[in-house]
Design a protein around this ligand. Structure first.
Ligand code: NAI
Length: 213
């Protein structure tokens, strides 16, 4: 597929397309029109056509999109045709909740290990995987080809831990700690702040209420 410059806005929408197409695939739907996809996703059909045209247009006029093909191609664009090995640093509330969520596996993210500094948590099993002490993390990354680290530790620890992990070859960090990380060039960081989403929700409530007046 020809690589063209794709805007961040389109890239940002791809996971949602991927999710809906995955559900259609599970229901064994073979084809879907942009109109039907639009009804499901509450996005205009023209937006869908525009977005998907960036990738060479998977659709055929009057025939709709081939669900399996589109799912696979969007998966490739998102790099989900490859397997990623992921470790979680911080086996507290959030770390355990993420470790217990099985669905990431389906998208090729293999939960390989979980680490903590708290001796009371070491050895505890989460989905059959034991919490390991941080002393073992560098050896583990090297031996298990780990490429992604999930940081669910206090923000006061995150910068130093990120430095330690990238020094042994971690390629990407899914950062839940509320702090900006300074990582070497080539290391990818995705910051996740659930509160941003909650603030957007608050904005929408406000806007709706003020429009009613
Ligand atoms: P928690 O206190 O339950 O868990 C933190 C764990 O990190 C503890 O088990 C602790 O022993 C461990 N830890 C501390 N220093 C460590 C180190 N150097 N190496 C390895 N493990 C270490 O806290 P919780 O609720 O799980 O939150 C974890 C982090 O995620 C916090 O920074 C919190 O602010 C953040 N958070 C972020 C959210 C977001 O939307 N981005 C949502 C919820 C929490």
């Amino acid at each position: 597929m020809a690589e063209r410059e794709i805007s961040q806005a389109v890239i940002g929408r791809l996971p949602r397309y991927f999710r809906y197409l995955g559900e259609l695939k599970d229901r064994e739907v073979e084809r879907i029109s942009s109109r039907e996809l639009s009804d499901m996703m509450h996005v205009t059909a023209s937006q869908i056509r525009q977005d998907l045209n960036h990738f060479g247009g998977f659709g055929q006029q009057g025939y709709g999109y081939n669900v399996e093909y589109l799912y696979r191609e969007i998966g490739k664009i998102l790099g989900l045709d490859k397997t990623h090995h992921l470790i979680i640093i911080g086996a507290g509330n959030l770390g355990q909740a993420l470790a217990n969520y099985m669905n990431f596996q389906r998208q090729g993210f293999i939960f390989t290990g979980i680490f903590d500094v708290n001796p009371a948590l070491i050895g505890k099993k989460i989905r059959g995987i034991e919490v390991r002490p941080m002393e073992e993390v560098t050896g583990f990354i090297r031996q298990n080809n780990v490429d992604i680290a999930v940081l669910t530790i206090p923000k006061s620890e995150a910068v130093a831990v990120a430095e330690r992990l990238t020094a042994v070859g971690i390629k990407a960090i899914w950062n839940f700690a509320h702090v900006d990380l300074d990582v070497p060039e080539g290391v990818q960081v995705e910051n996740v702040h659930l509160s941003d989403s909650l603030m957007r929700l608050s904005y929408m409530i406000d806007r709706y209420e003020s429009q009613k007046k």
